[in-house]
Design a protein around this ligand. Structure first.
Ligand code: ATP
Ligand code: MG
Length: 347
């Protein structure tokens, strides 16, 4: 069986980092027909681990994320879209897995380490946040997922899941499925930087272009982007490494975009070469990036606006998807309880 599990935290609307890091690939995989089942989870329980004081916001963002999903082309007829907290087997699985992971092992997780620093938890680090890699192992294994399409920041979570699966199966017998992460094809898409040049575009850092942004907002954000600080005059040679404008072009632009919007250059390599030689201003490059992003985001935004007129439909998609997910995860929970000798009253 080839099964996908992936998802997003409803901590805000989805941004173009999600698009290149995960959403675009999910839609391709969905439409390829190569998978038996596809589960896409809105991780509200996980969002609460660092937003437990903003339940309204999390609830509101469940709808926003679902709109983003449908707008990019996830299709409820082919992918199960569901809400994490609607599947009670997940926390029960997580509880059993907690015995298989040491505190020291969690402390070594580089993504969690970075996030703890960013969020400045200090000594009030919630246990729930600290242990979220274990919940993610529950999410992934509950569906016997073989494949987790995600950005690079998720690699430590999938690695942690593989360790749990390995330990579980060696103690209790072959029960769980070891997943593989499916990373984006290009380095730029694995971890799209923020508009500010920061290491990662992230809802929590406010350095994003959102899928729902209107055309003016996108243009303003692109035009005020950080570039190469050493590129002062147009004649100066510019750097493309670490220059987010070029990283975005790596992630988004195609030769067709050049043909349509900037036929002076056959492709990105030629544009980069000119920038590095000198004689090419940042404004021109940004104007092109704006065209590229506008052409990708316009159809998504228009679909989203249509869908947003009918929230009842979107909630119904999530209700039905959650029922399917619940059944699937309950089945896995039964297998786990049986393996752990906790099946007292089943015959
Ligand atoms: P938060 O700040 O609340 O953690 P986030 O922007 O990191 O939000 P998540 O919901 O944590 O988004 O991540 C969902 C998925 O999107 C994951 O697969 C993650 O790897 C991917 N992703 C998030 N940000 C980026 C990015 N900048 N580049 C590539 N992939 C990303
Ligand atoms: Mg995140």
């Amino acid at each position: 069986m080839k099964v996908i599990l992936t998802g997003d935290r409803p901590t805000g609307r989805l941004h173009v980092g999600h698009y290149v890091g995960s959403l675009r690939r999910r839609v391709e995989l969905q439409n390829s027909g190569a998978f038996d089942q596809i589960f896409i989870m809105i991780a509200d329980t996980q969002a609460l681990t660092d937003h437990f004081e903003q339940p309204e916001q999390v609830r509101h963002n469940v709808l926003e994320v679902a709109l983003d999903y449908l707008a990019v082309g996830l299709d409820p007829a082919r992918s199960t879209l569901f809400i994490q907290s609607e599947v009670p087997a997940l926390p029960e699985l997580g509880l059993y897995y907690m015995n298989l992971v040491s505190v020291a092992r969690l402390e070594r997780n580089p993504t969690v380490k970075t996030e703890i620093k960013q969020k400045d938890f200090g000594s009030s680090l919630p246990v729930g946040f600290f242990t979220y890699p274990i919940s993610q192992a529950a999410d992934i294994t509950a569906f016997h997922a073989s494949t987790v399409p995600a950005g690079e920041d998720q690699a430590p979570m999938v690695e942690q899941t593989r360790e749990i699966v390995h330990r579980f199966n060696s103690i209790y017998g072959e029960t769980l499925t070891e997943p593989d992460i499916l990373l984006p094809e290009t380095k730029a898409a694995m971890r799209l930087p923020g508009l500010d040049g920061g290491a990662k575009m992230s809802k929590s850092l406010g350095n994003c272009i959102y899928l729902a942004d209107d055309a003016d907002t996108i243009r303003q954000k692109v035009m005020s982007m950080f570039t190469d600080p050493g590129h002062l005059r147009v004649a100066d040679p510019g750097k493309v490494e670490g220059n987010p404008v070029f990283t975005y072009l790596d992630a988004f632009s195609t030769p067709e975009h050049f043909a349509a919007f900037w036929p002076d250059y056959p492709d990105l390599a030629a544009l980069k070469a000119h920038y590095q030689r000198g004689g090419l201003g940042d404004m021109k490059v940004k104007r092109f990036l704006n065209e590229v992003l506008q052409s990708i985001l316009r159809p998504i935004r228009e679909r989203r606006e249509e869908l947003a007129k009918d929230p009842a439909y979107v909630w119904e998609v999530l209700r039905q998807g959650s029922a399917v997910a619940r059944e699937e995860a309950d089945h896995t929970l039964q297998q786990v309880r049986q393996a752990m000798k906790l099946d007292y009253f089943t015959d």
